[in-house]
Design a protein. Structure first.
Length: 242
């Protein structure tokens, strides 16, 4: 079932790229495995998935341990508190929600201890909603100006969550704003940082995001099905794991 859904999502990505005149190779699919049991993820890996995205560090860590016999990279896409930086520095390959210099400092310290680097994207709140994390658009330039001080953070671009709305025009505005911010950073941002990646679009809007220039789309439910209502962590040994 996962393999079939994954193929369907990839077909939709290809179709969106064709509509936008883009090469599908320029769009990376990041499956979001939040609440999906580790054993179900084995089928996803068997279907060709090499990287999985998780919102919560504790859940991601548990799944990484459960699947340590497989070659899987882990991307943390949710808000990070400084006290979780140690864990991210140990096992994650990517962090897509950087919006705090305090978090950057904490990650840098732990990455030095682990002798690792970490790919990061800067999260921008393009919808202006108070419920969402991320930097306000006008704060981004000042924030990224401080990032060269953290050489173990490999800045690769920007991430956003669009407004949840049936009004396609409002959704597109969020994505276009991120593209505009990226364009300015390419001209005026600090040297040595890359802003090539645009992570935007989820199960409900990833095709619109691709049409607006996304290079990474974060898709969960369209691959793994509807999530349970419980907020329990789902891996072997955790509460609620089946």
């Amino acid at each position: 079932m996962i393999a079939g859904r994954l193929a369907a999502v990839r077909a939709r990505i290809d179709a969106a790229c064709r509509r936008a005149g883009r090469d599908p190779k320029g769009v990376r699919l990041l499956p979001i495995s939040k609440t999906v049991p580790a054993e179900r993820l084995r089928a996803a890996v068997a279907a060709g998935i090499a990287t999985l995205g998780e919102n919560k560090v504790q859940e991601a860590k548990g799944k990484a341990e459960a699947l340590r016999d497989l070659s899987v990279a882990w991307s943390i896409v949710g808000h990070l508190q400084t006290n979780k930086a140690k864990e991210v520095a140990r096992f994650a390959a990517e962090f897509q929600a950087l919006d705090s210099l305090r978090v950057a400092e904490a990650l840098e310290r732990r990455l030095e201890i682990e002798d690792r680097t970490l790919d990061v994207l800067v999260q921008v709140n393009t919808s202006g909603e108070a419920s969402k994390f991320g930097l306000a658009p006008e704060e981004v330039a000042g924030f990224v100006a401080g990032l060269p001080a953290f050489p173990r953070l490999r800045v690769g671009g920007l991430m956003t969550l669009a407004i949840f709305s049936a009004d396609e025009a409002r959704v597109r505005r969020c994505f276009r704003l991120l593209c505009d911010i990226r364009a300015r950073l390419r001209e005026e941002g600090p040297p040595g940082l890359s802003f090539d990646a645009l992570s935007m679009g989820m199960s409900g809007d990833f095709e619109i995001a691709i049409e607006e220039g996304a290079s990474v789309v974060r898709v969960g439910q369209a691959i793994f099905g509807a999530r349970p209502t419980s907020d329990a962590y789902y891996w072997p040994g955790a509460a609620g794991a089946g």
